[in-house]
Write a protein that binds this ligand. Structure first.
Ligand SMILES: NC(=O)C1=CN([C@@H]2O[C@H](COP(=O)(O)OP(=O)(O)OC[C@H]3O[C@@H](n4cnc5c(N)ncnc54)[C@H](O)[C@@H]3O)[C@@H](O)[C@H]2O)C=CC1
Ligand SMILES: O=C([O-])CC(=O)C(=O)O
Length: 363
């Protein structure tokens, strides 16, 4: 396992080349892959031309915020890392700043320092807010997190209106519409720059499928569409690659496990919060994809909850092509199985309600 997964991902053809050979050869090739990471980067952008990118994490002292801050510090696409929270960020920033990677790190604490945290940002990642405890739904977080997200987005509209926003705070199905309303009111809304982070659903679907299908997890590709809560999370295993001969029962069990992945962690943590480490990983992957898109890397595609017209709902998660201005194209759902079509039909009312709740709160 390598810490260098984000910036150092090599093109697929190159990655496949380490699959052959004995285990020593494979280890050696992995090492070479790490060592050639910076060379790979400069090849991607032309030597010395990696753009300056300021990234802020809001909620940076939290369970997700801390490891996410570290992972963003490891990402050489970041030149300035801004760590903001209502408490605790001076220590977190001092700690992370000692890591010998490209970005300068600054910690900001309290609302007075929020403007400086945001000014000049290209990307703002928001994991601020309370997490679930056992027995709660994500919607139970609405009362506290809606207000937090609303005030942070008002500040974004004021201090970095052109930044891409990655919304992690739950309930994502409502916090993204809240953010959109805040930006609309401020006159800064750009639908191509607002993303609900659903990458953890994809990460889980890949992991669970690989385990069941006994295929290498790094090769698994599966879209997860809909939203980010319970049945609104709809993995499209009919489109998964590599294909395996799983039964309908297996696919249904994998679907349910993906939908309940968050709850599985909440219960295992028994009152001490929800997914933080896997979420930081997923958040870092998605942020990296956004930065690559901004920097003009072609064919960057990830699933995300965005403004959409591929269903009757105004926001929907699906595959999205990322580019220099954020969303370049919202991709369609593709061919779905009957089971997935039924899943889509039954998620619509719940997702619609959550979206409307968010819009109503902020308008
Ligand atoms: N989108 C997704 O897939 C996932 C979303 N989440 C959500 O992420 C959120 C954060 O989770 P954790 O990091 O585990 O919670 P946490 O409680 O460990 O950390 C949250 C942080 O937000 C900070 N905060 C609170 N109000 C703030 C404000 N006004 N401005 C800036 N920071 C503020 C807190 O001080 C705290 O440091 C929760 O809403 C959780 O449900 C969690 C896992 C996955
Ligand atoms: O389940 C939760 O509350 C946190 C979350 O969104 C996830 O882990 O997918």
């Amino acid at each position: 396992m390598t810490l260098a997964f984000i910036p150092f991902r090599l093109p697929r053809r190159r990655r496949c080349s380490i699959d052959g050979g004995n285990s020593n050869q494979r280890k050696m090739l992995k090492l070479m892959k790490l060592r050639s990471a910076s060379a790979f980067l400069s090849r991607s952008y032309g030597s010395g031309s990696v753009p300056q990118r300021k990234v802020a994490v809001l909620g940076a002292a939290g369970g997700i915020g801390q490891p996410l801050g570290l992972l963003m510090k490891l990402n050489p696409l970041v030149s300035d890392l801004s760590l903001y929270d209502i408490a605790g960020t001076p220590g977190v920033a001092a700690d992370v700043s000692h890591v010998n990677t490209r970005s300068a790190v600054a910690g900001y604490v309290g609302e007075d320092q929020l403007p400086r945290a945001l000014e000049g940002c290209d990307l703002v990642i928001i994991p601020a807010g309370v997490p679930r405890k056992p027995g709660m739904t994500r919607d139970d977080l609405f009362n506290i997190n809606a207000g937090i997200v609303k005030s942070l987005c008002s500040a974004i509209a004021k201090y970095c209106p052109h930044a891409i926003v990655n919304m992690i705070s739950n309930p994502v199905n409502s916090t993204v519409p809240i953010a959109a309303e805040v930006f609309k009111k401020a006159g800064t809304y750009d639908e191509n720059k607002l993303f609900g982070v659903t990458t953890l659903d994809v990460v889980r679907a890949r992991t669970f499928y690989a385990g069941k299908a006994k295929v290498p997890v790094e090769e698994v590709n599966v879209p997860v569409v809909g939203g980010h809560a319970g049945i609104t999370i709809l993995p499209l295993f009919s489109q998964v690659t590599p294909k395996a001969n799983l039964s309908d029962e297996d696919i249904q069990a994998l679907t349910k496990r993906t939908q309940d992945g968050g709850t599985e962690v909440v219960e295992a943590k028994a009152g001490k919060g929800s997914a933080t480490l896997s979420m930081a990983y997923a958040g870092a992957l998605f942020a990296d994809a956004c930065l690559k898109g901004l920097n003009g890397v072609p064919d960057v595609v990830e699933c995300s909850f965005v403004q959409s017209s591929i269903t009757e709902l105004p926001f929907f998660a699906s595959k999205v092509k990322l580019g220099k201005n954020g969303v370049e194209e919202v991709l369609g759902l593709g061919t779905m199985s009957d089971y997935e079509k039924r899943g889509l039909e039954s998620l619509i009312p719940e997702l619609k309600g959550s979206i409307e709740k968010g819009i109503q709160f902020a308008s």
